[in-house]
Design a protein around this ligand. Structure first.
Ligand SMILES: [Zn+2]
Length: 267
């Protein structure tokens, strides 16, 4: 199982990364987790435009799904004819939301490019992956995922505030991609006008706590918001998680090999 970070910018594209998108590959099958704004461009550095086999959308905030509208255009109007339908797994209402993002007249036209499947908590097989989804703690319906293949497990937090479900999904995973959108509000004088709202996002410290509780092998912090000091976010997580730890970056690749092999960031 190979993970490529396509986009890891939180909430909006940053100068060095598109918004959320992760490519997961095994046995030649290519699965996308989220397709946020800007990600369709960077994706083409790592996979052919039409080489995607399935897409899972964690939730319908724009920074996790808006490039689906552009991808619909590409698959529908390719010069050599429409591309075969691929499955898109997402929360209830995904097809309508994406049609609205592109133009409401497309509501009935989207299905020829995508076959929409409504996500529910539980485990399903998508290509070679066994994928478990569960609700996490965000203002709209949001799913975190655990992907298993070849004896390895990858967990992805999506967007969430503190979440027991995330700890369960990530239990013992080789790698946890965990959002760290917030920095700790350190009280008066810390420079933050407002305390972090609850049930929305995690700080670096909280991401580390979730990784420690789940006893994951490696923590990669993602959904990194451009206005934050990322070194500070990383330092917060290092205070609560003692395992292997780093920041996601567009283009980083992690190989989750067979039993006994290490996960190797190759870039
Ligand atoms: Zn969100």
């Amino acid at each position: 199982m190979r993970l490529t970070v396509i986009g890891c910018a939180g909430s909006f594209p940053g100068p060095d990364s598109p918004a959320s998108c992760y490519l997961v590959e095994a046995e030649g099958f290519r699965l996308l987790l989220d397709l946020g704004n800007g990600a369709l461009g960077a994706l083409q550095r790592h996979a052919g435009l039409f080489e995607i086999d399935a897409i899972c959308l964690s939730h319908l905030h724009g920074d996790h799904c808006l490039d689906m509208a552009s991808y619909w255009v590409a698959r529908t109007y390719s010069p050599d004819g429409p591309k075969p339908r691929i499955p898109v797994y997402g929360p209830a209402g995904t097809a309508d939301r994406l049609a609205g993002a592109q133009g409401s007249s497309l509501a009935r036209e989207m299905p020829p490019a995508f076959s929409f499947e409504t996500l529910t908590p539980g485990t399903r097989r998508i290509g070679p992956f066994e994928i478990t989804a569960d609700h996490v703690n965000h203002p709209v319906e949001t799913f975190a995922f655990r992907l298993e293949h070849g004896g390895r497990a990858l967990a992805y937090s999506a967007d969430t505030g503190e979440s027991a479900a995330l700890v369960r999904l990530a239990r013992g995973a080789d790698l946890l991609l965990c959002e760290a959108s917030f920095v700790e509000a350190a009280g008066p004088g810390a420079g933050r006008a407002q305390p972090n709202p609850p049930d929305l996002h995690l700080t670096g410290r909280q991401a580390g706590q979730h990784a420690a509780r789940a006893e994951v092998g490696e923590l990669v912090l993602t959904h990194l918001v451009a206005w934050n000091d990322q070194a500070g976010v990383l330092a917060e997580a290092a205070g609560t998680f003692s395992g292997r730890l780093s920041l996601a970056a567009s283009g980083r690749i992690f190989n989750l090999g067979g039993p006994g092999e290490d996960i190797q960031p190759t870039r």
